[in-house]
Design a protein around this ligand. Structure first.
Ligand code: FAD
Length: 420
């Protein structure tokens, strides 16, 4: 298999594109490239396929279009269309639509901007307000004084591991070669302009173009192969599942129409109703301590500081619905790859690799929902030199350039704050 793969298949003289890293972004990029008739695509993964050591594993992720930054909703809408297309292609579903609810202090600038950008509808006010009236889930949430809540149409629960598997198998069905247990250690341009990808076991793969989607390993790999610094800081975070109080189990499920939700403030809290663990609800806080993806602390200590604030939030805002006394029933470690401004990095690597190598990184804890859009953009950038689909969908890629950090280590932070 290795010999054929090195050539890009029978009679081939190399792959059209080699994708490094098979999380959601790499799997979507490989799938998007494989839909281009005749394109020879190779997807390489360092660990076992669908492993738990990166950022794309687990039961669920949420999709929403409510973003403080106006540049994300067009990408979410493009992704929503591409999620539908892929599910149709696969013949099964990985995304269960649900309503989405955003809540927080009424004047919070990020919440106000999210409501406006995501075309959300304000449905509620705090119980103390004269305007307080029953609203969907007013029996579950007790909004603190001065808070508001808004629902929006784009919402849903994505089965994370199943979705990654779907894109990998769709890519393979279209002829892509998918190889795991293959760690890439070198990516270089050869004299003839082609790209050679080297692995830790000494294999070499040849391609015209390359896409790097290695999640929390992005800074390390891109620095070592291209000498380019990407400010991507891995964080160790925790997914926490809590037990619903007796009698409340069926209220908090997607089947009963319960929403995914987000609560603005410090910490930012997010929740996904659970489809896999009946009687449990996932409620977690955004963030966690910095980590080295190759030297992680798997013990409960890492990220434990995120648990107590979530329990306090649940007791205050969802009183009587969730049992917080014994702590979370399940804690799953995961990694975020943070950029200083929490905007993605989607760009040509530059340096000696020029426009032949594209990188997608720094998805900052909110990239999964946009995986199919990011994958399509990366594939078009690699194969065509430009992302036509993004332009047509109104996705402005300038926000995601590596160059934004050149003169300003904070990137878009100031611009994002002003917009908030
Ligand atoms: C707890 C948690 C909750 C989240 N919730 C949401 C949510 O609700 N909605 C949302 O939109 N997003 C969410 N996210 C964010 C989202 O999951 C990530 O943005 C996304 O999964 C990042 O995918 P990736 O492909 O960039 O990285 P990864 O999934 O980490 O994939 C990178 C892959 O590259 C491989 N690799 C690394 N180095 C090499 C190498 N040298 N050679 C070969 N392969 C290599 C790795 O093994 C890995 O498989 C959440 C993330 C976490 C952790």
């Amino acid at each position: 298999m290795a010999a054929a793969a090195n050539n890009g298949g029978e009679g081939g003289d190399g792959f059209d594109v080699i994708v490094v890293g098979a999380g959601i972004m790499g799997s979507c990029a490989a799938y998007a490239a494989s839909t281009r008739g005749g394109a020879r695509v190779l997807l390489l993964e360092r660990f076992d396929l669908l492993h738990h050591r990166g950022s794309s594993h687990g039961e669920s992720r949420t999709i929403r279009a409510t973003y403080p930054q106006a540049h994300y909703p067009p990408m979410v809408r493009l992704a929503a269309r591409l999620w539908d297309d892929a599910q149709r292609d696969a013949g099964y579903r990985v995304l269960t639509p649900t309503p989405h609810l955003d809540m927080g202090p009424r004047a919070d600038p990020a919440l106000r901007a999210s409501i406006a950008n995501g075309a959300a509808t304000e449905v509620a006010s705090d119980a103390a307000s004269d305007a307080a009236a029953p609203w969907p889930w007013s029996g579950v949430f007790r909004l603190p004084e001065g808070w508001t809540a808004a629902t929006s149409e784009i919402g849903g629960v994505m089965k994370a591991t199943k979705a990654v598997a779907m894109f990998q198998s769709l890519a393979a069905k279209n002829g892509a070669v998918v190889r795991d247990r293959t760690e890439v250690v070198g990516i270089a341009k050869q004299g003839d302009g082609s790209i050679v990808v080297k692995t830790s076991s000494g294999e070499e793969f040849h391609g015209a173009k390359c896409i790097i989607t290695v999640g929390a390993w992005a800074s390390k790999l891109v620095r070592s192969v291209a000498g380019v610094d990407l400010p991507v800081q891995p964080l160790h975070t925790l997914i926490c599942y809590w037990r619903a109080r007796p009698g409340r189990e069926h209220e908090l499920t997607p089947e009963s129409g319960f929403p995914t939700f987000a609560s603005y403030g410090d910490p930012y809290i997010y929740s996904t109703p659970s489809m896999e663990f009946p009687g449990l609800i996932k409620v977690a806080a955004h963030g966690g301590p910095p980590c080295d993806p190759d030297r992680r602390d798997w013990l409960a200590g890492a990220g434990a500081g995120l648990v107590e604030p979530v329990a306090r939030w649940i007791d205050e805002v969802m009183p009587g619905h969730v049992d917080t006394a014994g702590g979370p029933v399940i804690r799953q470690p995961c990694m975020y790859s943070m950029t200083p401004d929490e905007d993605f990095i989607i760009d040509f690597v530059g340096g000696e690799l020029g426009k032949d190598v594209v990188v997608g990184a720094g998805f900052s804890g909110h990239g999964f929902k946009m995986g199919p859009a990011v994958g399509r953009i990366l594939a078009e950038m690699a194969l065509d030199g430009e992302a036509r689909t993004a332009a047509e969908a109104g996705v402005e890629l300038r926000h995601f350039r590596i160059g934004r950090f050149e003169d300003n280590p904070e990137g878009n932070l100031a611009e994002n704050k002003v917009k908030n």
